[in-house]
Design a protein around this ligand. Structure first.
Ligand code: FAD
Length: 289
C-alpha cells in the first residue's frame, strides 16, 4: 500500500504528473473505480486525487474508500478530497477517523460550493478553517488555488491573500483550478511568488471535449476562453470527434508548455477517461520530462 505523502513526492520527483478522478456514479462505484484505476496505474502517475461531491447524483461517500483502494491495491499514492461547507466538528472528526482507519495519507481540504438552501457550517467557513484540523490529525494537506481567482472573489489580489491564508493554516501543496490560458497561469505564478507562497503548486489542466462541456466549465468556475479555443470550437462545430481530439491536443500543448516553463507539477483532470490521462502523461514524458 502506498502511504507516500504528496509533499515527499514533490521533494523526490522532478515533475510529478498526477490525475484527478471522481467516484463513478451508480451502486458499483468501487468496482468501476477499480477497473479505471487499473488502467491509470499502468501510466505510473505520481498520485491520483479523488473528488468528493456534496451529494446529488454523485457518490459523495465513496471518496475515502476509492482513494484507499487505489493506494492499497495498485500502490499508487492518492489524495482524498474533503469539503467542509456543510460539515460539523463531529462530521469532520468522523471523516478523519474513517480516513485514518483506511490509511489515507493525503487530503485536499476544500470549502466546497455554496448550495442554496443548505445551512453553511458554523465551524468551517473557509477551507483555511479545515486545513489545521487535518494537519493536526497527521495528514499531508493540500488546498485549491485559482490562477484566475475564485469565481466569487472580487479581485486577483484578494484571491492571492486567501491562498496565503491556506499556506499559513498548514497547506503543504496546492492544486490549481482548470485554466485554458497558460499566460494567466504564469501571471498567477509570479503573483504567488511575490506573495511568498512556497508550497509546490501543481497545475490542473482539463481537455475540452465539447462545446457544452466547456460552456459549463467556463460558467461554473469563471475560466477565460482564449480565442484559439473559440476558433477550434467554430472549426469543428459539426464534427464531435475532431473537436474532442482538438481538445486533447490543446491540453497536451498546454502541459508541455507548462513543463518547459519549469512548473512544480502537472495535474490532469482526466474526467474518468483513461485515454485522456494517457494522452496527457505521454505528451509530457515524450517531450522529455
Ligand atoms: P475557500 O478557500 O474557502 O474560498 C471560498 C471563497 O471564499 C473564495 O471566493 C475565496 O476567495 C473566499 N475566501 C477565502 N478565505 C477568505 C477569507 N478569509 N475572507 C473572505 N473571503 C475568503 N468541490 C467539491 O465539492 N468537491 C471536490 O472534490 C472539489 N475538488 C476541487 C479541486 C480543486 C483543485 C479545485 C480548484 C476545486 C475543487 N472543488 C471541489 C471546488 C471547490 O469546492 C470550490 O471552488 C469552492 O467554491 C471553493 O473551495 P475552496 O476550498 O477554494 O474555498
Amino acid at each position: 500500500m502506498s502511504t507516500a505523502t504528496v509533499a515527499s513526492i514533490f521533494e523526490n520527483q522532478k515533475l510529478p504528473v498526477s490525475f484527478e478522478i471522481f467516484p463513478p456514479k451508480g451502486d458499483l462505484t468501487l468496482t468501476a473505480a477499480r477497473a479505471m484505476a487499473s488502467e491509470l496505474a499502468e501510466l505510473k502517475p505520481s498520485f491520483v486525487s479523488v473528488t468528493c461531491s456534496a451529494g446529488g447524483s454523485g457518490n459523495g461517500q465513496a471518496t475515502p474508500a476509492i482513494a484507499a483502494m487505489i493506494a492499497d491495491e495498485f500502490d499508487v499514492p492518492t489524495v482524498a478530497h474533503l469539503t467542509c461547507i456543510n460539515a460539523s466538528s463531529q462530521s469532520i472528526s468522523d471523516a478523519i477517523a474513517d480516513m485514518r482507519e483506511r490509511g489515507i495519507a493525503n487530503v485536499l481540504a476544500l470549502r466546497g460550493d455554496v448550495i442554496p438552501g443548505n445551512e453553511p457550517s458554523a465551524s468551517f467557513q473557509y477551507a483555511k478553517d479545515l486545513i489545521p484540523v487535518l494537519a493536526d490529525a497527521g495528514f499531508c494537506v493540500g488546498a485549491a488555488a485559482y490562477p484566475e481567482g475564485h469565481i466569487a472573489c472580487e479581485s486577483d489580489a484578494a484571491s492571492i491573500e486567501h491562498l496565503k491564508m491556506k499556506q499559513d493554516a498548514g497547506a503543504q501543496f496546492l492544486v490549481t483550478q482548470l485554466c485554458f490560458d497558460n499566460e494567466r497561469i504564469y501571471r498567477f505564478m509570479d503573483a504567488a511568488d511575490r506573495a511568498g507562497i512556497t508550497p509546490p503548486i501543481t497545475h490542473g489542466i482539463m481537455p475540452f471535449m465539447s462545446k457544452d462541456q466547456i460552456s459549463r466549465m467556463v460558467f461554473m468556475c469563471g475560466a477565460s476562453l482564449p480565442s484559439a479555443i473559440i476558433k477550434l470550437l467554430a472549426k469543428y462545430e459539426n464534427d464531435a470527434e475532431a473537436l474532442r481530439q482538438a481538445g486533447i491536443e490543446y491540453a497536451c500543448g498546454q502541459l508541455i508548455d507548462l513543463a518547459q516553463h519549469g512548473v512544480d507539477g502537472l495535474h490532469v483532470y482526466c474526467m474518468n477517461k483513461p485515454e485522456v490521462a494517457r494522452a496527457g502523461i505521454e505528451a509530457v514524458r515524450n517531450a522529455g520530462f
